[in-house]
Write a protein that binds this ligand. Structure first.
Ligand SMILES: Nc1ncnc2c1ncn2[C@@H]1O[C@H](COP(=O)(O)OP(=O)(O)O)[C@@H](O)[C@H]1O
Ligand SMILES: [Mg+2]
Length: 276
């Protein structure tokens, strides 16, 4: 079976209105398999959003190719199939909500696809269940908290039954408890629903929760590996303008102070266990 997402020599340049262009991606070759949970990190402007916008054909390559589930996004007649497979959740929930009630909002995608009402109803109910918002179905989305709004946005994507969801900095506008709830939902969708997850994040602690971390720099993927492998490269990450997850920073301080600790405490829980 073909990989779920594959790019070959993916290059993208934004044309500028005046003249010239900004090259945002420079020959990216990447493969993402079904069911993976991938974190995408990199300094501001490194090309993360531009890359993932190619995964649901929001952007089309200037050069090179992108396949999703074996479908090339360069073929216009395949693009709607690509968009059916890959959903996106963005940073600002307010820009993603369109309707007067939570359930109308979630129904928007399936309605657009022309599904019969009974099927729309079933999908909306299922999506409400999956994000834990059944009790809020008739509420106006504008009245919900930021975290709840992001869950409505996820439900709207889920109602279209994608195989993959891309989250582009979904937690950056949320408070810590809402962030945690968001991350729990993302993990559950990956583990229990088998949804392929790509999470763009500024938080190294969040990236450490993924199975695989991709690091971007100046439009290229420069590191690709498990969180423990990636976050072992302290100096290299620092040079790319990135930090270390908090538990690893803490473990390094403690080790400098003479404590013996494993070098791979990726989560607070692992660090606490090692200390105990
Ligand atoms: N709509 C746009 N028009 C022109 N340049 C853009 C546009 N969007 C992004 N860029 C440029 O492309 C590069 C990559 O941006 P982006 O993919 O948004 O990076 P990231 O998501 O990692 O912050 C940056 O240099 C950015 O300024
Ligand atoms: Mg971005």
């Amino acid at each position: 079976m073909a990989p779920f997402i594959q790019t070959k020599g993916l290059t993208y340049a934004y044309p500028l209105e005046s003249s010239g262009q900004i090259v945002a991606l420079q020959g990216v070759d990447v493969t993402i398999e079904r069911g993976e949970y991938v974190a995408l990190i990199g300094a501001n402007g490194s090309g993360k959003s531009t890359l993932v916008r190619h995964f649901n054909a929001l952007l089309l390559p200037t050069a090179g190719q992108v396949w999703v589930d074996g479908l090339s996004t360069s073929q216009p007649e395949l693009r709607w199939k690509v968009r059916q497979r890959v959903g996106m959740v963005f940073q600002n929930p307010d820009n993603q909500l369109v309707a007067n009630t939570v359930e109308e909002d979630i129904a928007f995608g399936p309605e657009n696809r022309g599904l019969p009402p009974a099927q729309i109803r079933a999908r909306v109910d299922e999506a409400l269940q999956l994000v834990g918002l059944v009790d809020y179905r008739t509420h106006p989305p504008q009245m919900l908290s930021g975290g709840q709004k992001q869950h409505v946005a996820i439900a709207g994507v889920l109602a279209t039954r994608p195989s993959c969801i891309i989250f582009d900095e979904p937690t950056s506008m949320l408070d810590p408890p809402s962030r945690q709830a968001m991350l729990d939902t993302i993990r559950r969708l990956n583990v229990e629903e088998g949804i392929t997850v790509i999470l763009i994040t500024q938080s190294m602690d969040e990236a450490a929760l993924a199975h695989r971390v991709l690091v971007m720099h100046h439009g290229r993927i420069v590191m690709d590996g498990s969180p423990s492998a990636i976050f072992a490269h302290h100096e290299r990450l620092q040079a790319l303008g990135l930090e270390l997850p908090f538990p690893i920073q803490m473990a390094r301080h403690l080790k400098r102070g003479g404590m013996s600790l494993p070098s791979t405490c990726l989560t607070l829980e692992a660090l606490v266990n090692a200390l105990c």
